[in-house]
Write a protein that binds this ligand. Structure first.
Ligand code: MN3
Length: 212
């Protein structure tokens, strides 16, 4: 079964005015779709690489022939990062971090505002194309802000991402042009904190299971 473009679960215009309809449409149906197409083309001749989760494919990239590892890293990473991005954002609902995420944010950042400030500053500093994540070390359960270039993925750095902010220009240029800080400010209006909180809990549960 080849990789497929995930449904967003909301309409392209549902994030207006923070993220405009045309950007959402192109970003999802063209950019993300292109990563999936390239990835599927690369792995099609290799039966041992089929039917794996995208995380499994990326973690075990050494199973792939050397000549397609670059495509797996770039397009496979692009697929994984965008899947998380579409789940990070959604229609503005004014929710807040809950449960153990709320507590972890308090311990690491003090306040939600401090977290937003640190992550915004990191995203503003990304040079060229890349991402900024809120990641968790599954063993220490500590949160951290992590920026990575291109389509690198957090999982290859031994962490799990719970929130993803796409800082490639295609995420914001149609509306915000060169004003990345304005996109980053609007980004917080569409973050789905309850979903981020549930993802954090699930990462910690998984790490407990694998520790047994
Ligand atoms: Mn993108």
């Amino acid at each position: 079964m080849a990789y497929q473009l995930p449904e967003l679960g909301y309409d392209y215009d549902a994030l207006e005015p923070a993220i405009d309809t045309r950007t959402m449409m192109l970003h999802h149906s063209k950019h993300h779709q292109a990563y999936i197409h390239q990835l599927n083309m690369a792995i099609a001749p290799h039966g041992n690489l089929q039917d794996r989760s995208i995380e499994d494919l990326l973690i075990h990239i050494d199973d792939a022939p050397e000549e397609i590892r670059g495509v797996i890293r770039d397009s496979g990473g692009g697929h994984a990062n965008h899947e998380l991005y579409w789940k990070t954002i959604g229609p503005p609902c004014g929710d807040k971090p809950v449960g153990i995420l709320e507590e972890a944010i308090r311990q690491r950042f003090g306040t939600l505002e401090s977290l937003k400030k640190e992550l915004t500053e990191a995203a503003a500093r990304v040079f060229g194309s890349g991402w900024t994540f809120l990641a968790v070390d599954p063993w220490t359960r500590k949160l951290e802000v992590m920026s990575l270039p291109n389509q690198d993925v957090v999982v290859l750095h031994g962490k799990s991402a719970v929130l993803a902010c796409d800082v490639w220009e295609h995420s914001y240029y149609l509306k915000y042009e060169n004003r990345r800080p304005e996109y980053l400010k609007a980004f917080w209006d569409v973050v789905q904190w309850e979903a981020v909180s549930r993802r954090f809990e699930s990462v910690l549960e998984q790490s407990l299971i694998s520790a047994v």
